[in-house]
Design a protein around this ligand. Structure first.
Ligand code: URA
Length: 499
């Protein structure tokens, strides 16, 4: 049994060095114990905290190690995609993350396609963990609120924050860019990061009592929040999801929430009675800035996070009224391959992510068979809100009309401009309408590239839900095979096909 002691909970360099040595020695995952606990007899190699990202992990043996297998570790290159994933996963709070990553690394040597297999339990878990880490980083960027430190010699600000995962050091450069000319410290239970206008320093985690609690900026935040609050969209479940309760006590604007909820019903009735309106540029602009940094200029979103924030306050059509939330696209920021679906379904509306329900499952299966890696693509929908009608307890899907598709093209066009895909796959007729701007028969155009005016290649194919609905098994199997072939064609054209 080998025991690996890492320098800290986020010691990626240490994990990597140790994993490399273990793999070269042919030590199987079951024979390794990963820990960050240091005892009196084996102190950490360099003080209490790593300064440069670790790398000083120590491996000790409880029992003699297995004999190294001579061929192991040679001729095997760790895929860059795995290292990127591992760097994220290390920041997750799950205690078994080091072991999970080593197991995947070990298996990769024998199963080179593992990284692209969405159905594999280890890979699925690692990807879920990476997503959770990325969400935690996003929340930290959105919800950190600085307060003036009273009595400090120079003007200094501090914020207390409890991130869901250990993202503090990873997110710090964002705050440096955003508040370059301010002296600030962010205190978290895991680590504190401080910027003095020139240098960023990292120290041990802190106690909430170390952060100041009140100052005049609170009032500014409250005014701002009250102005962007939309009572007709009041949805406590979504609110909790977007701004989880754990963050409320550090947010000045949270004090307003009960009051705003009380007043919401009347204001909502008035808003519903009013005629539909175009999104107010002020609201859109404020929400975009609120959700990310101040990079927003003019009317058009400047990055995909701006799009994700903007669709939440979009009023270009009426579909926002009945939806839980808008579902923005997700995936690689510069993707050679873009997939466009119709609109979120019931499960996507609840999860806030595209293609995670039954259609998503068949889509993922076909992608895997076609060798088209979803994580290298950008996946979105022609329409960003779920159109449906209630039937008993169920919400029945309704196809968006041409006006709704046209209204939402503003966002789809922005996503195309920002992600700059080489190939756009249109999943079904609504997607084709959104991308091409006019009705296009799928049967007549599928199976070959369709040049688009912006220089990208289009590929039209069936919508995954259509494949679920074909009643006759033989026809269904043929349609599915054609669907896989279309995805393969798209992955080839984009140059991302893995098999
Ligand atoms: N159908 C779609 O078109 N998009 C989704 O995101 C889910 C189902």
């Amino acid at each position: 049994m080998r025991v690996v002691r890492l320098e800290s909970e986020i010691d990626f360099a240490g994990w990597r060095t140790a994993a490399r040595a273990l793999r070269a020695d042919g030590v199987s995952p079951e024979a390794v114990v990963w820990t960050v606990e240091w005892d009196l007899f084996s102190p950490p190699p360099r003080g209490e905290r790593p300064e440069g990202g670790g790398g000083g992990a120590a491996i000790s043996e409880r029992t003699p190690p297995p004999q190294p297998l001579p061929s192991r570790g040679r001729g095997f290159t760790v895929p860059a995609a795995f290292l990127e994933l591992a760097e994220q996963v290390i920041l997750h709070r799950a205690p078994d993350r080091f072991a999970l990553l080593y197991r995947i690394l070990w298996r990769l040597e024998r199963e080179p396609r593992l990284i692209d297999n969405p159905a594999d339990a280890d890979m699925a878990r690692a990807r879920d963990m990476a997503k959770a880490v990325s969400r935690a980083a996003h929340k930290m960027k959105a919800f950190v609120r600085f307060r003036l430190v009273e009595g400090a010699a120079a003007e200094t600000y501090a914020a207390w924050f409890e991130p869901a995962h250990r993202v503090t050091e990873a997110v710090a450069p964002f705050f440096v860019r955003r508040f370059t000319s301010m002296d600030w410290t962010i205190l978290t239970p895991d680590a504190c990061v401080a910027w003095d206008g020139e240098r960023l320093t990292v120290s041990e985690g802190a106690d909430p009592a170390d952060a100041p609690s009140e100052d005049a900026q609170e009032e500014l935040w409250r005014t701002y929040y009250a102005s962007i609050f939309n009572p007709a969209r009041l949805n406590p479940r979504q609110m909790r999801q977007e701004m989880p309760k754990r963050y409320w006590r550090n947010l000045p604007e949270a004090a307003l929430i009960p009051e705003l909820i009380e007043a919401a019903q009347d204001r909502a009735a008035a808003m519903v009675a009013a005629p539909p309106r175009q999104p107010s540029d002020r609201v859109l602009k404020a929400a975009l800035r609120h959700a990310r940094d101040a990079s927003y200029e003019g009317g058009a979103p400047t990055d995909l996070d701006d799009v994700a924030a903007g669709v939440q306050v979009c009023r270009r059509c009426d579909l926002w009224r009945d939806a839980t939330q808008a579902v923005p696209g997700e995936g690689a920021a510069r993707a050679a391959l873009m997939f466009v679906g119709e609109q979120p379904g019931d499960q996507e509306d609840l999860a806030g992510r595209p293609f995670v329900g039954p259609a998503g499952r068949i889509f993922d299966k076909a992608l895997a068979e076609a060798g088209a890696p979803r994580d290298q693509a950008y996946v979105t929908n022609a329409v960003k809100h779920f159109k449906h009608e209630p039937r008993g307890k169920r919400r029945i899907h309704k196809t968006p009309d041409r006006g709704e598709v046209t209204a939402c093209r503003w966002w789809l066009d922005a996503e195309r401009r920002l992600a700059r895909p080489k190939v756009i796959v249109m999943l079904g007729a609504t997607a084709a309408l959104g991308v091409i701007g006019k009705p296009t028969a799928i049967g007549a155009h599928r199976g070959r590239p369709l040049p688009l005016p912006d220089g990208a290649q289009g590929v039209v194919t069936y919508h995954p839900s259509f494949l679920l609905r074909v009643p006759d098994a033989e026809t269904r199997a043929r349609a599915y095979a054609e669907f896989v072939a279309d995805l393969r064609l798209a992955a080839d054209l984009a140059g991302v096909r893995t098999s």
